[in-house]
Design a binder for this molecule. Sequence first.
Ligand SMILES: [Zn+2]
Length: 435
Amino acid sequence: MSKYYQPEIETMDREELRKLQNDKFLATFKRVYENVEYYRNLCDEKGIKPDDIKSIDDLHLLPFITKDDLRECYPDGLLACPRSECVRIHSTSGTTGKRVVAFYTQNDIDLWEDCCARALTAAGADSSDTVQICYGYGLFTGGLGLHGGAQKIQALALPMSSGNTERQIQFMSDLGSTVLCCTPSYAEYLGEIMKEQNLNETSKLKAGIFGAEAWTQEMREGIEKSLGIKAYDIYGLTELSGPGVSFECEEQKGMHINEDHFIAEIINPDTGEVLPMGEKGELVFTSIDKEAFPLIRYRTKDICVLDDTPCSCGRTFIRMAKPMGRSDDMLIIRGVNVFPSQIEAVLIQEGYGSNYQIIVSREHHSDKLDLYVEMNPDTVIDTVKGISAKEKELVGKLKIMLGIVVAVHLTPPKTIERNVAGGKIQRVIDNRNLY
Ligand SMILES: [Zn+2]
């Protein structure tokens, strides 16, 4: 069994890697500048001419791309190749307003699957393994990404998709799954159920690759214990391809960034200034060899630290820490991106004021969002039935906007804490302790 999927790249000499990045970056910048009008305008606004960008050292001169830019360009304003050359799209979860559509050429898919194959190999998988994939298949990148990676290493892929726990456990046991890919909270849940049924004794699982949501070291230890496996972290964004932008090796000391495809920077989220290696800030990625949807200096909003000290696994790619929070107020609820501003928009539209509070918790391995809203003093309802009907109505409206079910609690006027101190009012309380 090889330790690496592509040893010549994964253990490449740093200087050689820098040259490779430089060439790919210059070619991508030129192509995006020429083909994407929106990007050209961004550069023009900053007074950047193509000749100003002579090497990778000039990357910091370029404008950032943000989620707002992606929204503005919805659906295909940032496409850098003819649409006829694309073979697939994926999309982020969330509302129609916040949705991001990413396009892929066959080559983009191929390189992305290589990244997932590297992650699987680093987790000890090879052609003798049975890889059970319980990430969602479809627009979400998790399922098809790991599926492609599993096929690249010629493992037996079980495309289970998410949900139906009974069937997951049945297949896992009947087919002898050895590697599990899903969200960490689902892995926790599976571990609990299997323990209850004494199935973890006979399970053949040896490793799991878990991502798409934040999880703590304590969660890792719990999963490793309940499932009797080694649990690996994986990181990615639909905007950049999907899972596999970075992955953990057996050292489990940060995730190696696939630097032959992505350049990482850490910036000060307030000033945009690039910070030195090892400092904490917002993670920014540039994809340097994507054909359809290359993003240059994309702000992930994830707060993170990079580490360029050598790793004993032999990979020369730098590592990123597990994200330590967000530089915006986005919440990830059961894998869906939720912005408090979206909730506020629904409340205003439905005639409620801005006195509300969002409480996020995790119960039985699943995220829960409770929304407390004050009734309008002019339209106070005082029957239980009446309140419950109004709550249901709001649940429906929020479901349309957010794509998830929110537990709505209407409260009498003046029951939610006011901003009496004049400081920052805490509208969102996240009790999950994920970071
Ligand atoms: Zn390593």
